[in-house]
Design a protein around this ligand. Structure first.
Ligand SMILES: [Zn+2]
Length: 359
């Protein structure tokens, strides 16, 4: 019976280990009910032993002895029966103990098997769980890999799209840049032209300005020159002592006196020279030695002196003419007035003291 129960328990456990385990436990109390029945058998035998104290009534009469013997025999039989019963009981008890032991062992074994089965089930469950988790993990990994792949593809696509867009933008930008460069070049050329035109106009204006300046300067120079010339003319025609007729009269007197003196001297010298010539002719005639040569030199000196005085007379005549027109007393060099003292002490004179040094 116990073996079948043990066998049934694992079978039950195999179908649903966790739920049927309690069922196996329920069947265990059923085993305990069996020993309880046998215990009641043992208890029934026990009152038979209590009849033994009846032996103590034996030491009475013969009848009583016979009865007693009978009784003893009966007791012996009884005892034998009791013994037999006891032996049976012991046997039963031993059998029960063995059965109990066997049951206990079987129960333990069943328990061990059940534990093992539980362990195995737990292990299996754990393994299944682990496998499931591994599977889940693998799936998750796979999914992640797929997602990563998809993401990468999307990224690549996006990158390619972006590159294309960038390229288009770059082409557009370059075109715009080129257009801008062209525009700038045109603007620069225009600006350059304008600048050149501006410079040309500036140069032209400058040239005109310089020409104007030159004309103005020329006009100024001419005006200056004219003024200078006018001033010079005025000076040249200056009559420093025209308003001093007394002084001019004094000058005329001095000049005339000097002229008279000079002409007198010239006349004397001319006479001397003539006389010397006459003398020479006479001497030549007398064939006089070398003395004629000395008189020739002397005569030449006399004539030279007379000529110099003649020049002075000419100058006096010029001076007298100037006195007449009122311009005498003006320096021939600087046209300034010659001071009266110089005019009085040198006759005639045509330069001032300053100009005398330079002439
Ligand atoms: Zn002067």
């Amino acid at each position: 019976m116990s073996t079948s129960k043990v066998k049934k328990a694992p079978a039950a456990k195999k179908s649903a280990p966790a739920k049927k385990a309690p069922a196996a436990k329920k069947s265990a109390p059923a085993k305990k009910s069996a020993p309880a029945k046998k215990a009641s058998v043992a208890k029934k035998a026990a009152p038979a032993k209590k009849s033994a104290p009846a032996k103590k009534a034996a030491p009475l009469s013969a009848a009583q002895k016979a009865a007693a013997a009978k009784k003893a025999t009966a007791d012996k039989l009884k005892a034998a029966a009791a013994q037999k019963a006891s032996a049976d009981k012991a046997k039963q008890a031993a059998a029960k103990a063995r059965a109990d032991e066997a049951k206990k062992k079987a129960a333990e074994k069943a328990k061990q098997i059940a534990e093992k089965a539980r362990d195995a089930a737990a292990k299996k469950k754990a393994a299944e769980k682990a496998a499931l988790e591994r599977k889940k993990a693998a799936e998750a990994k796979k999914k992640a890999a797929e997602k990563a792949k998809a993401d990468a593809r999307r990224e690549r696509e996006a990158a390619a799209k972006k590159r294309a867009a960038d390229k288009a933008a770059e082409i557009k930008r370059k075109a715009a840049e080129k257009a801008e460069v062209e525009k700038r070049k045109l603007r620069e050329i225009e600006a350059k032209k304008k600048e050149q035109e501006r410079l040309r106009l500036e140069r032209q204006a400058e040239i005109e300005r310089l020409e104007r300046q030159e004309r103005e300067a020329q006009a100024k120079r001419e005006a200056d020159e004219r003024r200078r010339q006018e001033a010079l003319d005025k000076k040249r025609n200056a009559k420093p002592y025209a308003n001093e007729p007394d002084f001019l009269a004094e000058m005329r007197e001095l000049l005339i006196a000097k002229r008279a003196e000079l002409t007198g001297q010239i006349s004397d010298f001319d006479d001397q020279a003539d006389e010397m010539l006459v003398d020479r002719e006479r001497l030549e005639y007398d064939e006089e030695d070398g003395s004629s040569l000395g008189s020739d030199i002397q005569r030449a000196q006399i004539k030279e002196m007379a000529n110099r005085w003649r020049l002075e007379v000419d100058e006096i005549d010029i001076a007298l003419a100037r006195v007449d027109e009122g311009s005498y007393g003006r320096c021939d060099e600087c046209y300034e007035r010659i001071i009266k003292d110089r005019l009085r002490y040198q006759v005639p004179v045509f330069t001032c003291t300053d100009c005398r040094a330079t002439v």
